[in-house]
Each structure stands twice: as structure tokens, then as C-alpha cells.
Design a protein around this ligand. Structure first.
Ligand code: PLP
Length: 219
């Protein structure tokens, strides 16, 4: 199947209330434009450098999500236009996003990335760190960011029970933090596990290879 068929196939599997973030990392702007032309407005990239190369070449109404680890010294390059930073994994990073958003007179939406995978993962907040950071935000510490939800990645495994268990940990935290109904996004699920993620309460999924095809890192 080609990109357009893939896209339609994925869309057909998503309930109406579930947002699709089309993960276009490593794929050319021509492929992104193809999917955009079918009506997709939300795209995800994981590297600042790559995003900055693509951004000027594509329609301005694309909502760009940064989904990969972000170094604090690179926030300034994307602060003017990024819609959502899904990968906030430290207080230092959140402070920097807040500062750069302020300089640009805007509010940047962010998700707290939480470590839920059993496997060793380098990035993500521990549950308690996420709670602490959210509390600071609710107490007004970061005026130029809006924490709109949580993001997590399950262990890379065939074991669906394991994946389900991990997604449910994040769903539980989401419900706990969302008692005041200030959150709207629970981002979990990728090409291989998005149906499970949706069953577990995800309302935003990040799908790359199932739309754009396999990534070729040798290029
Ligand atoms: C690459 C990536 C995805 C998409 O992965 P696929 O398996 O290609 O769908 C989703 N989330 C994050 C954080 C990623 O880095």
C-alpha cells in the first residue's frame, strides 16, 4: 500500500475522539505534503534540526509536535512555532520552554513524558516527579506553558499484557492529575500498539511507520 492508503487505513481504525499525530521523522516533505493533502494537520518530529529544515517548506497551518528528547539549548529554535512539546522529561526543560515561550509572547502546550516501560528507558519522568512538576504548574509556576496531558511509551515487546499493564499505569496517573479537568491529552500508542493504547484510554496516538513506511536510517 502507498502512503495515502496507509493513512486512510489508520484513520479508519481510530475512534472520532482520538487524535492522530502523524510521525514523519526521516521522511521527506513530499510525503508529509501527501498526507497533509488528505486533511491531516498534526505531525510529529523527534529532532529539532530536522523539524527546522522541514518547517519552512510546508504549509503554515500544520501543528507540529515535538515527540523526541529535547535539549534545553535547542528550545529557542522552535519556540516561535511549535504547537506541542510532548517530551517534557525534566523541570529544567519545562523552565526553559516557559522562558522561551514568554520571549515569544505565547503559551506552548506541553505533555509530561512519563517512564512507564519496564525496559531501561533513558528519558521520561518518574511518576512522582511528574506529580511534583504538575503541582508546581498548578500553583502558577510556569505561566507561559500549558500542561495539557501526559505521554508515555510502552516496552518494545510482543507481550500485549505487558504493554497493557504499562499503559494502564499512565491512565491511572492521568486520572489522578486530572481531577480538576485541566488536562485533555493522553498520548500513548504507536504503529504497533495503538489499538491497545486506545483500549487503555489514549486519546492521542503517534503513528509513523504504519503511515509512511519503514524508516531508513542509512540515508
Ligand atoms: C518514532 C516515534 C513514534 C512512531 O513510531 P512508529 O512505530 O513508527 O509508529 C512514536 N512516538 C515516538 C516518541 C517516536 O519517537
Amino acid at each position: 500500500m502507498g502512503i495515502q492508503e496507509n493513512y486512510k487505513h489508520i484513520k479508519s481504525q481510530l475512534p472520532e475522539n482520538v487524535q492522530l499525530v502523524a510521525v514523519s521523522k526521516t521522511h521527506p516533505v513530499s510525503a508529509i505534503q501527501e498526507v497533509y493533502d488528505l486533511g491531516q494537520k498534526v505531525f510529529g518530529e523527534n529532532k529539532v534540526q530536522e523539524l527546522m529544515e522541514k518547517y519552512p517548506l510546508l504549509p503554515k497551518d500544520i501543528q507540529w509536535h515535538l515527540i523526541g528528547h529535547l535539549q534545553t539549548n535547542k528550545v529557542k529554535y522552535i519556540a516561535e512555532f511549535i504547537d506541542t512539546i510532548q517530551s517534557v522529561d525534566s523541570e529544567k526543560l519545562l523552565s526553559e520552554i516557559n522562558k522561551e515561550a514568554g520571549k515569544n509572547n505565547r503559551t506552548i502546550k506541553v505533555l509530561l513524558q512519563v517512564k512507564i516501560a519496564e525496559e531501561e528507558s533513558k528519558f521520561g519522568l518518574e511518576i512522582n516527579e511528574a506529580k511534583d512538576l504538575f503541582e508546581k504548574f498548578m500553583n502558577g509556576e510556569f505561566q507561559n506553558v500549558e500542561i495539557t496531558g501526559l505521554m508515555g511509551m510502552a516496552t518494545f515487546t510482543e507481550d500485549e499484557d505487558q504493554i497493557r499493564k504499562e499503559f494502564l499505569i499512565l491512565k491511572k496517573l492521568f486520572d489522578e492529575l486530572n481531577q480538576l479537568k485541566t488536562l485533555n491529552t493522553l498520548s500513548m500508542g504507536m504503529s504497533d500498539d495503538f489499538p491497545v493504547a486506545i483500549e487503555c484510554g489514549a486519546n492521542s496516538v503517534r503513528v509513523g511507520s504504519a503511515i509512511f513506511g519503514r524508516r531508513d536510517y542509512s540515508k
